[in-house]
Design a binder for this molecule. Sequence first.
Ligand code: AMP
Length: 241
Amino acid sequence: MAQETSPSTDVGLQDVGPIVLLGPPGAGKGTQAKRIMERYGIPQVSTGDLLRENVARGTDLGLAAKAVMARGELVSDDLVCEMLQERLKQPDCKRGYILDGFPRTAAQAGWLDALLDHKLFDNSRPTRAWPIVIRLDVDYNQLLLRITGRRSCPTCGRIYNVHFQPPRVDEVCDLAHGTKLVARNDDRLEVIQPRLTAYDEQTRPVADYYERTGRLIPVNGDQPMDEVTAQIFRIIEDHQA
Ligand code: AMP
């Protein structure tokens, strides 16, 4: 049986979400998803992470996605939805999950609505669960600093930012002694603009769709990280109440 993530607080074991985190690259979706995961014991499902794992393992999906991702463009809806469907069938998603980086196109948003409406498969929810859709809004210049400064440790996975949260020794992990930090392949300056353009052209309409249907909750992602987290927890708990 797959290992279930256990909540680190006493917020209870009732279903949570699903939670959709929208926002441009660098908005802090991954960071906030990890905090939500720790508090509520539901998994972070990042389509970007799933795709990078496939690329690393050299699967057919990874081979199809690799060049597209390196150009900063979006992988096809069919491939991403099929991959996500398999992930959401895992038992750790039964109580809910956090979607990080999905939906990114209008077609993906329609697919998600159909899925939550039980038209695609029954992931054991007795009734339709509308997602809590949170969009992190961040100033453009701040986004550029966050993306260009992002580094991670290939050994322990810890995330740094050379501008805001630098390691004690330049470009070296504080925890995994001596491990040199790496930047994501698509965090290079020449790939950032296409990624931001993909967000503007293909993902902004998704936020507009949720806004029109009264489901979008914008959060100011320029605030200190802990304040953003506190606000997200309040939104989730108000929604559960
Ligand atoms: P992320 O880690 O969310 O920034 O995603 C990294 C890259 O993976 C993106 O630039 C896309 O090429 C691809 N990707 C991630 N999620 C999706 C998605 N929902 N739809 C299409 N492509 C995606």
